[in-house]
Design a protein around this ligand. Structure first.
Ligand SMILES: [Fe+2]
Ligand SMILES: [Fe+2]
Length: 279
């Protein structure tokens, strides 16, 4: 399918009753980063993360076009980073019948900016299950994360695993399926994204790390959707896990430095969009 316009929030159905709420940010000079969240429109609809403040109104309208917000029963917050939790209070207001699935530590971290209404919360830690009526959801920490509260979510009925910041990648432009990437683009993107999200990769013990990645792969997901990833299916999913196992041996990603910034500023006009922090 044709890629949608770069900065619009648009729905993209990835399985029965499951939609990515897609968005993205240009990140010159490395391309573009997806910035997705997800809606499971089952018997008890579930929002998976709440999008970023920069696209708040479009995000809320896109969700409301897919489901009556009053019907949303659960809001699963993967962690409290701005790109995942930035619209939490407006989403709670829009979805008065939803229970927030979060953690003690996330609530504390968000207290730097707002009070999360405790009576609407349920704590969901790594390994906990949620009965959403017609499906069981399982919280599971993905291997790569940039926030200590991170938990992914496996939908046992569709086989979709929300991998949060794991499998983050830059893409040449906005694209929705990882199968559209060339082999080298896919490999380079996985290595770039993982090292950006997890600069601690160089401290990892290889054998322990492989055990960690294996455990997540053994969850049995058949499709992976992540905030910063095109959808991973079939061979791409297998490749992504294999690439992830190599993370401990990779050299650190060379961060852009002041000479890069000086060059970009001297070449002002080369980029059509402002520089964007990556996830
Ligand atoms: Fe994050
Ligand atoms: Fe993120």
């Amino acid at each position: 399918m044709a890629a949608p316009a770069t900065h619009d929030v648009l729905p993209y159905q990835i399985a029965d009753d499951t939609f990515l709420i897609t968005w993205g940010l240009d990140a010159p000079p490395v391309g573009h980063f997806p910035m997705h969240s997800m809606l499971i429109r089952g018997r008890e609809p579930v929002l998976v993360d709440t999008g970023a403040p920069a696209c708040r109104q479009q995000w809320l309208a896109t969700v409301a076009n897919l489901v009556d917000p009053a019907d949303i029963r659960w809001i699963f917050l993967s962690h409290d980073d701005r790109d995942h939790a930035g619209n939490l209070l407006p989403v709670l207001d829009a979805c008065p019948n939803a229970t927030l699935l979060t953690t003690w530590f996330s609530i504390g971290r968000m207290a730097e900016e707002w009070d999360t209404p405790l009576p609407r919360c349920r704590f969901v830690n790594d390994g906990d299950q949620i009965d959403a009526g017609d499906r069981i959801l399982v919280a599971a920490r993905p291997p790569v994360f940039d926030n200590p509260t991170t938990r992914g979510l496996l939908d046992s009925s569709t086989g979709i695993f929300w991998s949060v910041d794991t499998f983050a990648t830059n893409t040449p432009d906005r694209m929705l399926e990882a199968g559209e990437l060339a082999e080298d683009e896919f490999r380079d993107g996985q290595f770039l994204g993982a090292r950006l999200v997890a600069p601690w990769h160089r401290y990892l013990d290889q054998s322990k790390w492989v055990g960690c990645v294996d455990a997540v792969q053994r969850l049995g997901a058949t499709t992976i959707a992540g905030c910063h990833s095109p959808v991973l299916r079939g061979p791409r999913m297998e490749q992504a896990f294999d690439l992830l196992r190599q993370l401990p041996s990779l050299d650190p990603w060379r961060e852009f430095d002041q000479s890069d910034l000086d060059g970009w500023l001297a070449d002002a006009g080369a980029f059509s969009a402002p520089l964007t922090p990556v996830p």
